[in-house]
Design a protein around this ligand. Structure first.
Ligand SMILES: Nc1ncnc2c1ncn2[C@@H]1O[C@H](COP(=O)(O)OP(=O)(O)OP(=O)(O)O)[C@@H](O)[C@H]1O
Length: 269
């Protein structure tokens, strides 16, 4: 569905957040990005809708082609839903009003200044119903729990009728029960609608439970790409090992445990 070809992201001359990376995400696939803090998960995720502009490489989307001009980008963004860590909802508005914001990309700027047509409200209500929150449609978002707010965020993304769904640490501030509910609804909806989904997470156990595919990042590189049941301890060490890949000096590498000069050095210290 979407293909990254040699995409890299450099924020500063001395900071390459994503090394040249080629990945293909299939239709309806539910992929989880894992990695230590700073590994490049958000950078990769935000490249998929070009919120982060790649420094090199090309992105191709089925039905659009290369995302090279503003028309292609606009079409791609319209069909890409995004769920954020902190929901990014308008808290003093109702759940329904927030979900309707997902429809704005389908209307001209002047049209979106007026109440959207009844058909749009119907779509928004259906999306709220799919996340189990139809009964909260007219409640202000700041009166909902954190988990419910995140599900309104999912409904808003769903209202875009997306082909691609991106979720950047969607359960970061939720308890385990709410996290499970958010992830299982996201997965179910994406499977039913054939939406390609990429989610970044810090919880390995949830990746193993929900992902069709896991991509592990370390220091801006993909170090693992496979099925969740292939996440062995060795693979997890590779993903979460923060050691910079600088070769050690020979003295550190080769000192045998019974080296007399080492003992001497310790005694003298
Ligand atoms: N806008 C930015 N400007 C400069 N550097 C950035 C920017 N965004 C991220 N970085 C840096 O790029 C690297 C990758 O960051 P990124 O946010 O992609 O990691 P992450 O794996 O999502 O981390 P976390 O799990 O903490 O959210 C880090 O070194 C980070 O400090």
């Amino acid at each position: 569905m979407i293909h990254l070809n040699d995409i890299s992201v450099r924020y500063r001359d001395d900071l390459v957040a994503l090394q040249p990376t080629s990945l293909r995400f299939g239709r309806g696939e539910f992929t989880v990005l894992l990695g230590a803090s700073g590994a490049g998960k958000s950078t990769l995720l935000r490249c998929l809708n070009l919120l982060n502009k790649p420094s090199t490489g090309q992105i191709n989307v089925d039905g659009i082609g290369a995302i090279e001009d503003s028309a292609a980008l606009q079409t791609h963004r319209r069909q890409t839903g995004m769920v954020f860590q902190q929901h990014q909802l308008i808290e003093r508005h109702t759940a329904l009003a927030n979900v309707l914001l997902g429809r704005i990309g389908y209307h001209s700027t002047w049209r979106s200044l007026f109440p959207l047509p009844r058909a749009e409200r119907q779509i928004a209500l259906e999306c709220l119903s799919r996340v189990g929150l139809l009964h909260k449609a007219l409640d202000r978002v700041d009166q909902l729990s954190g988990g419910q707010q995140q599900r309104v965020g999912i409904a808003r993304a769903l209202a875009q009728q997306p082909r691609l769904m991106l979720a950047d640490e969607p359960i970061a501030s939720l308890d385990p029960a709410s996290s499970r509910r958010v992830l299982s609804q996201l997965k179910q909806i994406c499977r039913e609608d054939g939406i390609t989904t990429v989610v970044s997470l810090h919880q390995v156990e949830f990746a193993m439970e929900y992902a069709d595919r896991v991509i592990g990042l370390a220091q801006g590189r993909v170090v693992f790409d496979g099925a969740p049941d292939a996440l062995t301890n060795g693979v997890l060490d590779m993903i979460y090992d923060q050691t910079p890949s600088v070769p050690k000096p020979p003295s550190e590498k080769t000192l045998p445990l019974n080296n007399p000069s080492l003992e001497l050095a310790i005694i003298e210290d």
